[in-house]
Design a protein around this ligand. Structure first.
Ligand code: NAD
Length: 485
């Protein structure tokens, strides 16, 4: 399989709706196109998935055999790493060296969850109880962990390989049948995965790819009466629509990994140079299009000017460019729509009188490139730049005087995805970590990740978890069995 063959293959995907162009975000040129799958493609995919779920062909396969197949998928991802990384770069504008890392993390999802296939055990009890009847009985009670039948896996454009693996690996390990829908901007790598799954021995119909728009194809998945669970990663706005769809259809179970506006707190006793470097990477990586990017940096007043200057210098030092451009460190925004959204925020800031210490505009070249932007003089009570998720290379930097004030500013958000603290004071680090309203808190580090650690959001950043034991639990339901002795 090659990048070129995937660009051709996607044109043949089933669909009945609009033709959707796929644009290279680094050049603004169309690279291929495909047809929106729509409700018809979803109905066919769900019928296939339900038939395999009912047959037990995957669910009831011996756990050790499932595990072997997941390991094989991981190995095949590694063997196809060049094509996957090439597509990730071309389609999402991610520099090649980062795309390779993402693919390596992707195969590890399958190795990690392969281990869980054989460990999905319940509990057992011998119980003597009168229950609600008043008659004392001796009972044996046990619980079973059972997969949902058909699950819908819907994810965004900002890391297609990462998101595919993060959802499908636990769904397969749990024994579910899946409908997979990548974002309309970045469906290409999913075609490679389809081949990998077949070669690894996943039975036909267990994983069913559908491609298309969210409001048509995605919405058809979430409203389908045979879809028992939806695992979604994307914006809070669409997350809300998915909750409505569940309420209006079959009350399917939902997990949501949503947006963020993550604070980074830098105290004056921190190793300031290290904090600037990590905060810079944590803010501008992938042009700010990672959900955990630090986008509100709060700095103790005595080191405020130094940190602002350091961040601006760091941002200026990052070479923007297409994945194939020599020395390129960060790529473009994903689409014209996203570019216009980010520029809209920057325009708003200009009329609000904020100060752009660096950046603030797009690059004068083809491609959706926005310069790393550091913003100060922001009113936290009113500024959209401070309050809303921009999902671009834009960071607001605010001063604080006391720990109390820093925590209050950090928690002043409807989001609660991630937060970071830089300080050498161990007591303060743990005290502040406890008070921050976020699903992940990093102390003196940023963008750290491991498959074994549960990841999820507080407040409007999500419901439930991904990764770790908690991640696979979301694809399982628990049944209790009572047996009269
Ligand atoms: P999005 O919400 O617009 O789209 C995400 C997916 O949902 C796409 O596949 C899209 O086609 C689909 N979709 C859109 N409308 C739908 C509908 N009505 N019903 C069903 N599906 C629908 O998000 P995006 O712009 O692709 O991605 C950026 C967002 O994702 C940001 O908000 C970012 O914070 C978030 N994100 C969160 C995490 C996390 O783990 N918390 C990770 C990555 C990205």
């Amino acid at each position: 399989m090659s990048v070129q063959s995937v660009l051709e293959e996607i044109r043949e995907r089933p669909g009945s709706g609009e033709v959707i162009p796929i644009i290279d975000p680094a050049t603004e040129e169309q690279i291929t196109e495909f047809t929106d799958g729509g409700a018809e493609a979803v109905d066919a995919a769900v019928a296939r998935a339900k038939a395999t779920a009912d047959s037990g062909v995957w669910k009831d396969l011996a756990a050790s055999k499932k595990a072997k197949i997941l390991w094989r998928i991981a190995d095949l991802i590694d063997e196809n790493a060049a094509v996957l990384a090439g597509l990730e770069s071309l389609n999402a504008g991610i520099p090649e060296f980062q795309a390779q890392t993402i693919v390596e993390v992707g195969s590890e999802w399958f190795r990690y969850y392969a281990g869980w296939c054989t460990k999905l055990d319940g509990i057992a009890h011998d119980v003597a109880t009168t229950g609600l009847t008043g008659v004392e009985s001796r009972l044996h009670a046990y619980s079973l962990k059972e997969p949902y039948g058909v699950v819908g896996l819907i994810f965004p454009w900002n890391g297609p390989v990462f998101n595919y693996c993060a959802k499908l690996a636990p769904a397969l390990a749990a024994g579910c049948s899946s409908i997979v829908k990548p974002a309309e901007e970045t469906p290409l790598s999913a075609l490679v995965f389809d081949r990998i799954l077949a070669e690894a021995g996943i039975p036909d119909g267990v994983v069913n790819l559908v491609t298309g728009y969210g409001h048509t194809t995605g919405a058809a998945i979430t409203a389908h009466p045979d879809v028992e669970k939806v695992a979604f990663t994307g914006s809070t706005e669409v997350g809300r629509a998915i909750v409505h769809a569940s309420a209006d259809s079959n009350l399917n179970k939902i997990t949501l990994e949503l947006g963020g506006k993550s604070p980074v707190l830098i105290f004056d006793d921190a190793d300031i140079d290290t904090a600037i470097m990590y905060a810079g990477i944590g803010t501008f990586v992938h042009s700010g299009q990672a959900c955990v990017c630090g986008s509100r940096i709060l700095v103790q007043r005595s080191v405020f000017d130094r940190v602002v200057a350091g961040l601006a210098q760091f941002g200026d030092s990052l070479q923007l460019g297409g994945p194939k451009d020599e020395g390129s460190m960060i790529g473009p925004l994903i689409s014209k729509k996203q570019l216009n959204r980010v520029l809209g925020f920057l325009d708003d800031g200009k009329s609000d009188g904020v100060e752009y210490v660096t950046g603030g505009q797009r690059l004068d070249r083809p491609g959706y490139f926005v310069r790393p932007t550091v913003v100060t003089n922001v009113d936290p009570a009113t500024s959209r730049l401070f309050k809303e998720e921009i999902f671009g290379p834009v960071v607001t930097v605010l001063p604080f005087d006391t720990e109390e004030e820093a925590v209050a500013l950090a928690n002043d958000s409807t989001y609660g995805l991630a937060a970071t603290v830089y300080t050498k004071d161990l007591g303060r680090a743990h005290r502040v970590a406890k008070r921050l309203q976020a699903g992940t808190v990093s102390l003196n580090c940023q963008l750290v990740f491991d498959h074994s650690m549960p990841f999820g959001g507080y407040k409007q950043s999500g419901w439930g978890f991904e990764s770790g034991r908690a991640g696979i639990e979301t694809y399982l339901q628990t049944k209790f069995v009572w047996a009269q002795m």
